[in-house]
Design a protein around this ligand. Structure first.
Ligand SMILES: [Fe+2]
Length: 142
């Protein structure tokens, strides 16, 4: 596949892996049931997306990256739970922008396009609920 496309798919792969790691860390500390459910679903989506990206890169004849993005470490260092959730949402926004860049250089139809479109929709949704949840939780989290 086109090398710029392979590169951005690998960047997304590393980012989704970092998302899984960041969510694992958060889930160790988050107690409200509703928030746990949202974070757990998100973690499952990120993990599934990572393996789908890996398969797409491989089937395009390229080598999937084995790295994990440095985002998880940034989230861990962000301090309070609220700050970390905020950073998580920023991370999802960043990924959403990268997904749009990838869509712009990917073939207009086919499995890569479909996967990226799915990622775009999910990340938009997560940014929206993330913001809404954060506002709602402002009063309950330390
Ligand atoms: Fe993500």
């Amino acid at each position: 596949m086109d090398q710029a496309l392979a590169q951005i798919l690998n960047l997304l792969l590393e980012s989704e892996r970092a998302g899984v790691a960041a969510l694992d860390q958060l889930l160790k500390e988050v107690t409200p049931d509703e928030l746990r459910k949202l974070l757990t679903t998100s973690r499952e989506d990120e993990a599934a997306t990572a393996s789908q990206l890996e398969a797409l890169i491989r089937s395009g004849g390229d080598i999937p990256s084995t790295k994990v993005g440095d985002f998880a470490a940034k989230v861990a260092a962000a301090g309070s739970l609220r700050e970390r959730l905020k950073l998580l949402i920023h991370g999802e926004e960043w990924v959403a922008r990268k997904v749009e860049e990838a869509i712009a250089i990917a073939p207009a139809t086919g499995p890569i396009h479909d996967q990226l479109q799915k990622m775009a929709n999910r990340h938009r949704f997560e940014v929206e609920w993330g913001r809404a949840e954060l506002i709602r939780l402002m009063n309950t989290l330390g």
